[in-house]
Design a protein around this ligand. Sequence first.
Ligand code: ZN
Length: 142
Amino acid sequence: MSNHNAPAFPYPIPEYGTEPYWAACNEERLVMQRCASCGQFRWQPAPICIHCQADGFTWSPLSGRGRIYTWTVVTHPIHPAAVAKVPYVVVEVELEEQAGLRMLSNLVDANLADIVFDAPVIVGFDRHPAGQLLPIFRLARP
Ligand SMILES: [Zn+2]
């Protein structure tokens, strides 16, 4: 059910240093900064490596595959745009490329009873009404 009077969800505003991330999302690619010195990925974007403090990096592609580290089911809408969406799932995904490399997102198209710790997930992209594609995750089927 849509309500044309409801405001849209808050919109991610690309800012200096994060434009390549959002541009890649718009091409349905998940990328993160990868240190040119030690090779570690980092999330969220930062001007220097959180592992070795080097400043060189590349925006490197990720497989989009990971596992559920933790999640919560939001049942109380904390924004007017969420009224029609509850319940929805906020998930923290550990990406397969690196232990401890985790990002927050939404888990969509899942029965709540099927969500378990360590379940495999795969990234997808969902278009915000303003046009930006946002990374979301779905349970991966074997
Ligand atoms: Zn490093």
